[in-house]
Design a protein around this ligand. Structure first.
Ligand SMILES: NC(=O)c1ccc[n+]([C@@H]2O[C@H](COP(=O)([O-])OP(=O)(O)OC[C@H]3O[C@@H](n4cnc5c(N)ncnc54)[C@H](OP(=O)(O)O)[C@@H]3O)[C@@H](O)[C@H]2O)c1
Length: 243
């Protein structure tokens, strides 16, 4: 129960990696603020956490709307662990990318993460402690056709991690990135399962990940076991990048 007495806000915790991370942080004693647009799936996450004996509440948010991001920060209150996990990953070849799709990717994957962090971090600084875990993707280290804008958003996330680690480190706030490889979340299973399986096959471990395997890295970086880790990008991709 190493997060006992702490509040953890996990964006995109109505499904996939975020839901798995919310469950692990709650199991470690944190009270978890579950967020996403889908209230029914939010209630499911809360119910799963409560069934495990944990504490959670759901706050609905559309991260594409920057006003809604501010409202989420207000509703969450003081937060000790912020996991910026929510993300969208529509692919399009560069020559077919429309400006609206480009903007949506940056709005959800970068702008929301930026302004949510900016709203949450002052209370962490005042307390002299806090852990922020951003979720990027190992696509930043690969050339994947159709993934130009998505990859650019995740590269931005990794750059923000390094900047924030330095801006906030002197105030006791650690900032790290988890960079997942192909992970069989419900969304991936329903949309790009074949690509994920194929990417998994060419990794060192020869398979795609389960959401919990990524969530374990989030749990570690959020925990007091990582007190000297900041500014790092922890690649959790079964060794895909080194093959
Ligand atoms: N799965 C993979 O293979 C993989 C690989 C590398 C990196 N990642 C990254 O890992 C993170 C999680 O991926 P996942 O596979 O777990 O995705 P997922 O199952 O599709 O979950 C995405 C989460 O983000 C939330 N979300 C999406 N758009 C939102 C919006 N406009 N406002 C508020 N919440 C929003 C969704 O909530 P609602 O639907 O309730 O709004 C959902 O909870 C993402 O950042 C993704 O880029 C995933």
């Amino acid at each position: 129960m190493e997060l006992s007495g702490q509040v953890a806000l996990v964006t995109g915790s109505t499904s996939g990696i975020g839901r798995a991370a919310a469950r692990l942080l709650a199991a470690d004693g944190a009270e978890v603020v579950v967020t996403g647009r889908d209230a029914a799936r939010g209630a499911e996450t809360v119910a799963e956490i409560e069934a495990d004996g944990g504490r959670a509440r759901f706050v609905a948010v559309d991260l594409a709307d920057v006003t809604s991001v501010r409202r989420l920060a207000d509703a969450a209150g003081e937060v000790d662990v912020l996991v910026n996990n929510a993300g969208i990953f529509p692919f399009a070849p560069t020559l077919e990318q429309d400006p609206a799709g480009y903007e949506k990717l940056f709005d959800v994957n970068v702008r929301a993460l930026f302004f949510l962090t900016a709203a949450i971090v002052p209370a962490m600084i005042a307390k002299g402690a806090g852990a922020i875990v951003n979720v990027s993707s190992n696509i930043t280290g690969l050339g994947v056709p159709g993934g130009a804008v998505y990859s650019a958003t995740k590269g931005a996330v990794e750059a923000l991690t390094r900047t924030w680690a330095v801006e906030f480190g002197g105030h006791g706030v650690r900032v790290n990135t988890v960079s997942p490889g192909p992970t069989l979340t419900e969304t991936v299973k329903a949309t790009t399962a074949e690509i994920a399986e194929q990417q998994g096959k060419v990794s060192a471990l020869g398979r795609a990940a389960a959401p919990q395997e990524i969530a374990e890295a989030v749990r570690y970086l959020a925990s007091p076991r990582a007190t000297y880790v900041t500014g790092a990008t922890l690649v959790v991709d079964g060794g895909r990048l080194i093959v």
